[in-house]
Design a binder for this molecule. Structure first.
Ligand SMILES: [Zn+2]
Length: 175
């Protein structure tokens, strides 16, 4: 494999990373951002995952007009639970509150690739704020999807399709 970890190395890291509470936790750095994995979604165990996170973040930062400094010092957490807690918003598919948390499930199905999570949406909040989603870019997604299309997804049995977020608007406004 040209880069990243082999599956065997990932398994070794996963075993070393087993915390006392029993969940699967591991992590890595992308630039100055800490990525934490709390899910067994297959794409997070793929050798290309760190590079895919970085390239997806780069595309999202480009789309929103941000830079890596907007994410410096933040954490990005991939959660296996169907929802993440998000302050007064309650259970959500993603959250930005200084850190980013996204679920790796979508309507009961495990997501097949990082590009299909709500990560690019939450990067938008990190760059422009706009908790009310007033900016038209929340609805205008074609330019962003073009940069992420055609990649490989993964499920428990191997490679599958990867459908990037069809819309940077992935959760309804407030409630
Ligand atoms: Zn939002």
């Amino acid at each position: 494999m040209p880069y990243g970890f082999t599956m065997r190395q990932w398994l070794a890291i996963a075993l070393l990373g087993l915390p006392a509470c029993g969940g699967l936790t591991e992590g890595f750095q992308v630039r100055d951002t800490t990525v934490t994995v709390r899910t067994d979604a297959a794409f997070t165990r793929s050798a290309d995952f760190p590079a895919r996170v970085e390239s997806t973040l780069q595309s999202a930062l480009d789309y929103w007009g941000g830079s890596w400094s907007d994410l410096a010092g933040s954490a990005i957490v991939f959660e296996g639970a169907a929802h993440v807690e998000c302050g007064s918003n309650g259970p959500s598919t993603g959250c930005f509150d200084g850190d980013i948390r996204v679920t790796t499930q979508d309507a009961g199905r495990t997501i097949s690739c990082v590009e299909a999570t709500v990560l690019v949406h939450e990067v938008g909040h990190a760059v422009i704020g706009d908790a009310g989603h007033d900016d038209p870019r929340w609805m205008d997604f074609a330019v962003l999807v073009e940069t992420l299309i055609g990649r490989t997804g993964y499920d428990a049995s191997g490679p599958t399709s990867c459908d990037p977020v069809a819309n940077v608007w992935r959760h309804p406004p407030r409630g």
